[in-house]
Design a binder for this molecule. Structure first.
Ligand code: 13P
Ligand code: SF4
Length: 302
């Protein structure tokens, strides 16, 4: 074991800490994580672990969700500046306007959002449960924030509902162009195309499978096919190769890198835990306002 790993193991014991990581963080962090998964798994697992400190190796909204669901635990982020730009791409004023126009609307908030946006919403969703939850809501009118592309995918899957879209987007997934995806398919006609629903609808339309990072990994693992084109952030390749050593995975393009997820390094993780710094701090009010929509997601996703 290298010395950094030894140090981390000692710190985890000393501080009663667990390390949770998203599939997009650098491989060196994924390798040492106690729990690794998609956004839903990380939120759910944060409510189940028996530890005093959670180091959330991901972007800020993931740390905030863990804190909102576990106000009694200390949640640390290796890099406080690792923030998802899409998390800010909705307006409270717009939510108020939509609520006025559609009195029965449910505001459905993708977890890739600030605590403030969550607190103005009725329920949170992740890419792994958005379709299921929107289907199950009693409301006909749904205002889906902040991601236009995930909202469009949900609208296609749940045509019986009226989905009002917002104009947020993930710059990493939106950069995967339909032309490049078609060209990649033509170059490897034997490969199945696995697509994250944050991608543009023209890319989603070309997919053999659409799902969250965990869904993509599970699908590839269970599939009889042996070659796959992957349209999501390149961090998932670590887990895909680990679980499917005999299968081949190709990126659709070479731009699929989230600069914020890549800010989370092993050195920063160790430093944050050693000094118990970069704590996610939210007021009691912020926590109580954002708690209900997140909890409702965990209940409806079951
Ligand atoms: P999932 O891991 O939930 O699919 O989310 C993707 C993502 O972009 C997280 O930032
Ligand atoms: Fe945000 Fe996109 Fe990065 Fe996910 S991949 S954290 S949605 S910018």
């Amino acid at each position: 074991m290298d010395t950094r790993r030894e140090k981390l193991e000692a710190l985890k014991k000393e501080k009663n800490a667990v390390i949770m990581a998203h599939y997009y963080v650098p491989d060196e962090v994924q390798e040492i994580a106690d729990y690794i998964g998609d956004s839903y798994y990380l939120s759910d697992m944060a409510t189940k672990v028996d530890a005093s400190v959670i180091v959330l190796c991901g972007v800020r909204f993931m740390g905030e969700s863990a804190k909102i669901l576990n106000p009694g635990k200390k949640v640390l982020l290796p890099d406080l500046h690792a923030d998802c730009p899409m998390a800010h791409m909705a307006e409270i004023e717009k939510i108020k306007e939509v609520r006025q126009e559609y009195p029965d609307v449910a505001v459905v908030c993708y977890v890739n959002s600030t605590a403030e946006l969550k607190s103005h919403s009725d329920v949170c969703v992740t890419s792994s449960n958005a379709v299921k939850i929107v289907k199950e809501l009693p409301n006909h009118d749904i205002f889906f924030i902040p991601d236009e592309h995930l909202g469009t995918y949900v609208a296609e899957q749940v045509p019986e509902k009226h989905i009002i879209l917002n104009d947020g987007f993930c710059h990493v997934h939106a950069a995967i162009r339909p032309e490049a995806t078609k060209a990649a398919k033509e170059a490897r006609p034997q490969a199945k195309l696995l697509v994250h629903p944050e991608c543009r609808s023209e890319v989603v339309a070309l997919a053999d499978y659409v799902g969250s990072t965990a869904g993509i990994i599970k699908y590839a693992e269970a599939s009889k096919d042996t070659e796959f084109l992957v349209a999501t952030e390149l961090g998932v390749f670590a887990e895909l190769k680990k679980r499917c050593p005999d299968k081949k995975f190709y990126a659709v393009g070479n731009t699929q890198i989230c600069p914020n997820m890549k800010k989370v390094t092993l050195d920063k993780l160790i430093e944050a835990l050693e000094n118990e710094e970069n704590e996610v701090l939210l007021s009691e009010q912020e926590i109580s306002d954002a708690h209900a929509p997140l909890l409702r997601m965990l209940e409806l996703a079951k």
